[in-house]
Ligand binder design. Structure first.
Ligand SMILES: Cc1cc2nc3c(=O)[nH]c(=O)nc-3n(C[C@H](O)[C@H](O)[C@H](O)COP(=O)(O)O)c2cc1C
Length: 260
């Protein structure tokens, strides 16, 4: 599927994590559009998104604690990866963020949730192969315009308004205009607990995404967050009229974007 650059790039600046949904069903054509994007936007082997016309109530139900409580969403999307595939975590981040930005462009609310959800409940809605795992989910639905009081409390818990300044996340040479645009788009990408575990290494005609430290966790893989930032980098570059391609890297380096 070709990336709809204009609408996804604009959606980067509109998207915020939303956790309280209202009692209004999204229109059928919006659901069909999301189903199509889930089916067709599969740039990484072993990573896919599935739109589920099921209530995610049980998926989120019973979760204690402020961070992660999602209420009232009519539908959800599951982000599923094949554990044997190389680069599956960054693949899930990149692929899933495409779906999140599409939903945002359609005026719907979303929230990446990788920690506080029940994979067993997702398995009641969709059959998974033995080697597959649900890495994360997002609720899908309408939200009220402003943030509810409850959402503001969760926002505080996740410190989500604060994005790191460029000095903390960029290394290397002075960016060219396309690189500045790409990095600004990546700087505001969502990440688990808003930890922003990335560094962007700028070289002539390239940007490398690197982990901020080698320490990582199975439950909240930093490479998944980095996959989200990768899509934002590419959208920033495309919005500046520059095409590129990704080379997967290993160790603390996640991937390098080179101009074509
Ligand atoms: C991979 C990933 C996992 C996340 N998991 C959760 C979660 O379990 N519960 C939750 O409430 N928010 C979760 N979030 C949302 C983050 O807290 C949120 O993206 C961050 O605070 C930045 O806020 P923003 O999305 O409004 O920019 C997750 C985000 C990402 C990218």
């Amino acid at each position: 599927m070709q990336i709809p650059v204009e609408s996804w790039y604009q959606a980067i600046f509109l998207r915020r994590s939303r956790r309280s949904f209202i009692d209004r069903l999204p229109e059928e054509e919006k659901l069909e559009r999301l189903e199509k994007v889930c089916r067709e936007f599969r740039p990484f082997e072993g990573a896919r998104a599935e739109f589920l016309r099921n209530s995610p109530e049980k998926v989120f139900k019973g979760i204690v604690g402020a961070y992660g409580k999602i209420t009232g969403a009519p539908y959800y999307v599951a982000f599923i990866g094949s554990s044997g595939s190389p680069n599956v975590e960054e693949g899930i981040g990149y692929t899933g963020e495409g779906v999140i930005l599409e939903a945002t462009a359609l005026g719907l609310g979303t929230c990446w949730v990788s920690g506080f959800f029940r994979p067993e409940a997702v398995k009641e809605h969709i059959a998974l192969a033995d080697h597959e795992r649900v890495y994360a989910v997002t609720p899908i639905g309408y939200t009220q315009k402003g943030f509810s009081v409850k959402e503001k409390i969760y926002e505080g818990a996740a410190r989500s308004l604060k994005k790191k300044p460029l000095e903390e996340i960029v290394e290397g040479t002075v960016p060219e205009p396309w690189q500045a645009k790409a990095i600004e788009a990546a700087r505001i990408a969502p990440s688990a607990s808003n930890r922003q575990p990335w560094r962007f290494v700028v070289r002539e005609n390239s940007i490398t995404v690197r982990l901020n430290s080698p320490k990582d966790s199975d439950k909240y893989p930093k490479r998944l967050d980095c996959g989200i930032a990768m899509l934002h980098i590419e959208l920033g570059a495309l919005a500046a009229g520059k095409k590129g391609s990704w080379t997967p890297l290993s160790g603390p380096n996640v991937a390098r974007f080179d101009l074509i």
